[in-house]
Design a protein around this ligand. Structure first.
Ligand code: GTP
Length: 246
């Protein structure tokens, strides 16, 4: 755990990929990974920050891939949205096992298992110290869970989107395939778009750019990183307008 004890942000939106939950499995949720993520989030408890979470569904179903193979795009995207609900419930369970009060709100109404998404209620939950997990993407096909993260971050007036990935930040080439890829410390929204850097899809980046919401891209697999980012330690890549981190 980092020695820093003060948070740089009051309210964050943490974006997790569904694939992060895979662990060593080829599909589904690895409980060890859900527990690891929950422990990382619990490590923020003393900082008294407000936490919203959006989690993808790619470990269970990828709408865009299924549609590329001939499935109706809208149907495939709805299946992907349902996958995010499964992941949200898995994360809720892991967080609550650690005594962290959590609410899941779904964009697609399924009241037996989650509250419907109501912006004002979400903000109230955050103010009361509950972690709010936003499930079901935006509730619309053709939008990614990155866009859902941008949208929810805007709606709850988060100070930052913390995008957790499996690499250290944003690179000029895929660091998994290209060992000489260089990581950016800071980059502007427009550079992400024009260089086609695939930090988030263009809709998500554009939404952040239009509303000047900074994004910090960092490696989830390094223990203590979530806390380090929350405490303002300069790790990962900062995406913003002026590229001057707060
Ligand atoms: P406050 O009253 O503002 O403190 O919020 P609260 O969430 O504690 O109260 P509420 O009475 O709204 O909810 C009590 C519990 O029921 C919480 O665990 C909610 O997540 C859950 N809950 C509320 N509405 C729904 C719903 O539509 N569907 C499901 N499945 N659970 C719900």
């Amino acid at each position: 755990m980092s020695e820093k004890k003060k948070a740089a942000f009051k309210r964050i939106l943490l974006k997790l990929s569904g694939e992060a939950l895979l662990g060593k499995q080829s599909t589904g949720v690895d409980p060890d990974i859900a527990n690891y993520i929950a422990d990382e989030i619990k490590s923020l408890s003393d900082l008294k920050i407000q936490i919203g979470i959006v989690i993808g569904g790619g470990n269970i179903f990828r709408g865009i891939e299924a549609s590329a193979k001939g499935m109706d795009r809208t149907t495939a995207d709805y299946m992907g949205m349902l996958a995010t609900v499964i992941n949200s419930l898995a994360l809720q369970s892991a967080l609550e096992m650690r005594g962290l009060p959590t609410r899941v709100q779904s964009s697609i109404e399924m009241r037996e298992i989650a509250e419907p998404f109501i912006q004002r209620k979400a903000v109230r939950h955050l103010e009361k110290g509950r972690i709010v997990i936003f499930a079901g993407g935006t509730g619309n096909p053709y939008f990614s869970t990155d866009t859902a993260a941008s949208l929810r971050a805007m709606e709850i007036q988060a100070d930052v989107i913390m995008k957790a990935t499996k690499v250290d930040g944003v690179y000029n080439a895929d660091p998994v395939k290209n060992k000489s890829a260089v990581m950016f410390k800071k980059i502007s929204y427009i550079d992400v778009l024009t260089k086609n850097l695939k930090v988030m899809d263009s809709t998500a980046i554009t939404l952040c750019r239009d509303n000047l919401l900074p994004i910090i891209v960092f490696n989830l697999q390094k223990k203590g990183n979530i806390r380090s980012v929350v405490c303002g330690k300069k790790i990962g890549t900062y995406v913003g307008e002026s590229t001057t981190p707060p």
